[in-house]
Design a protein around this ligand. Structure first.
Ligand SMILES: CC(C)(COP(=O)(O)OP(=O)(O)OC[C@H]1O[C@@H](n2cnc3c(N)ncnc32)[C@H](O)[C@@H]1OP(=O)(O)O)[C@@H](O)C(=O)NCCC(=O)NCCS
Length: 209
């Protein structure tokens, strides 16, 4: 199946979600894995993410992508910033010519309820009532936003409760939004965006690095 969602955020930045129904060979026509992955579905997810980068920007230099020690993929010296995520049969990518990017796709399911105390403060937990969705959807959205921040930051030693904090939540024209702060060194305020789809949440952050 092709792209199931694409948003051209502006001239220099595109966001997309691919629903994976193809066999591995389909993706291998255009992209190769950057590392060895033995699990077949994880390998297809990885290939779909790389394929999606090319779908969003056909001039994306996929063969120049390198892997940092943290396993974060990056393009040395530009010309694109990007982030990739996958969950179940979905792959998401965010590509920007200007800003550092973090994206996350998260399947919605009851497992998140038992994890909430690991990543949410009591204050954040109360804030979630401000979003017009079920508790399970709100928890998934909050977790996904913190994953997007984690990926944007690309650093180590991040504790989701202590260092990634959601401060104010909004819901505007169908978009879930959060003013968040990354509190590792000097506080860094970040605008988080999210959308709910049947079965999954998609979140992203774009900001100067
Ligand atoms: C790295 C991490 C963010 C990946 O998230 P995930 O939900 O497992 O997987 P996703 O599908 O969303 O993202 C995977 C993609 O992120 C990218 N990625 C991997 N490591 C990364 C890193 N350190 N920084 C940024 N991006 C990274 C890669 O593109 C990867 O896909 P690929 O290998 O196919 O290219 C996650 O494993 C992690 O470390 N999370 C934070 C730690 C944590 O969970 N703490 C618990 C708090 S309660």
């Amino acid at each position: 199946m092709p792209l199931v969602y694409q948003q051209d955020i502006n001239d220099e930045c595109r966001l997309g979600v691919w629903e994976i129904s193809e066999a591995e060979d389909f993706f291998l026509q255009k992209v190769a894995p950057i590392r060895q992955i033995s699990h077949p579905h994880k390998r297809i997810q990885h290939l779909a993410g790389r394929y999606l980068l090319l779908e969003l920007f056909p001039d994306f230099p996929i063969d120049l992508v390198m892997l940092a020690d943290t396993r974060r993929p990056f393009l040395p010296g530009g010309p694109f910033h990007f982030s990739v995520s996958h969950g179940g049969d979905f792959a998401a990518a965010l590509v920007s010519r200007k800003f550092r990017a973090g994206v996350d796709v998260e399947l919605i399911g009851p497992r998140i309820q038992s994890l909430q105390h690991k990543f949410l403060s009591n204050h954040e937990s109360l804030l979630l009532d401000q979003w017009p969705c079920s508790r399970m959807q709100a928890l998934t959205m909050a977790w996904s936003m913190k994953e997007s921040m984690f990926k944007w930051n690309a650093g180590s030693g991040i504790d989701f409760r202590q260092h990634l904090q959601l401060k104010e939540l909004h819901h505007v024209n169908g978009y879930y939004k959060a003013d968040a702060v990354l509190k590792k060194d000097a506080p860094r305020y970040l605008p988080l965006h999210g959308l709910l789809f049947p079965g999954f949440a998609l979140t992203w952050v774009l900001a100067n690095g």
